[in-house]
Design a protein around this ligand. Sequence first.
Ligand SMILES: CC(C)(COP(=O)(O)OP(=O)(O)OC[C@H]1O[C@@H](n2cnc3c(N)ncnc32)[C@H](O)[C@@H]1OP(=O)(O)O)[C@@H](O)C(=O)NCCC(=O)NCCS
Length: 355
Amino acid sequence: MSAVEIRSYEGDGGDLAALVQRAWKQNFQGQKWFPLWDQKYFAWRVLDPRLGSRDLCVAAYEGDSLIGCIMAEAAEFQWGDQRVRGSYSSWLSVDQESQSRGVALRLVDELRLRHQQQGLRFSIGCTRIDHQSPARKFWDSLARRRPDEFRFWGPIRLWAHVLNPVRVAAAGLTTWERWGPQLLRLIPRWPTRAKRPSGIRPFRADDTAECLRLLEIQNRTTDFQMRWNSDRLEHQLDHGQFPRTFVSHDGTSLHGFLNYYALTWSGEQDLRVAMIDLLAGDQWWPQRSLLKAAEAQMRDDGVDLVLMMASAAAPASVLLSRGFVPIDAEVELFSLFVDPQLNCPPPKSFHILFT
Ligand SMILES: CC(C)(COP(=O)(O)OP(=O)(O)OC[C@H]1O[C@@H](n2cnc3c(N)ncnc32)[C@H](O)[C@@H]1OP(=O)(O)O)[C@@H](O)C(=O)NCCC(=O)NCCS
């Protein structure tokens, strides 16, 4: 068996997606729902050079074979009254044959070192809430090793909207997941197609400044949030056909926008899940129309279930009016690599991306 080397990830995302899917299936298939992150997702979310985070894509190689990874995206955050450079970390995976040999610890140590070298003062991640889950056991063990640099922030919730109750029920792993979508009659008229509302069109690059303005207004209400700039926002809103973005426009000004991406998730059966990352707007009705338009597109694209992280930036009344319900995500946010000089309490309200 050759030695395991920890170094920067070198590929185009294909072997990365294969590794992550393999490791997560080996650990969670048939027990928990989880996304099957694919190459297009990684190309958009972490590997694109425009994000400037390739150095934070840390891999474990045994010979030429990729056997482990952890990745982060550097970002600027507003934390209370402080503006702090940090990152999102996620996708920690080690091939089953290589587990329990300290590979994950070495990956995390290397990522920590790179955070210090780049002046990144913390990272945000999320893990299972269940202390018996292997993922949670790993992070609990890390929290015990570095208690000054690690803080759990508490559970998060999701908004969920079932578009295809038959497929969502078939993917259910528990009695509630199998029967809930049908009993709740969340989509009474499926499979009829939602009518496309007027005043909504796909995002164009020249909408970026207006979208940024709407996001800045929305973020004033939270005590922890990602700080966007034009380049990062344009990347988020437009990267080929992978993320989709709609804007609400009245001919003279922009009143809102909605941004989501779709992935296959693993459950009892695979299903297509759309994750809404951003929904911002200055009025109730345009936001509702955006949801309706996105839903029509999602149905055309075969999406079964829509999710959005519950936060100060998820408009509850708009989501409820379109059939979304709040659910437990069974995951918890945490911060790691926290600079001990950074005197910031865990936030009460936030607006960040779900990774
Ligand atoms: C979680 C995962 C990355 C751990 O990888 P690993 O290389 O086996 O972890 P390590 O060998 O570095 O373990 C480090 C420590 O974590 C703890 N740990 C890791 N996996 C554990 C498990 N299944 N049960 C109990 N403890 C575990 C151990 O305490 C170990 O410390 P020790 O050496 O003092 O015993 C791997 O199991 C995996 O890929 N799981 C699937 C994907 C996943 O869950 N990712 C995390 C998402 S939040």
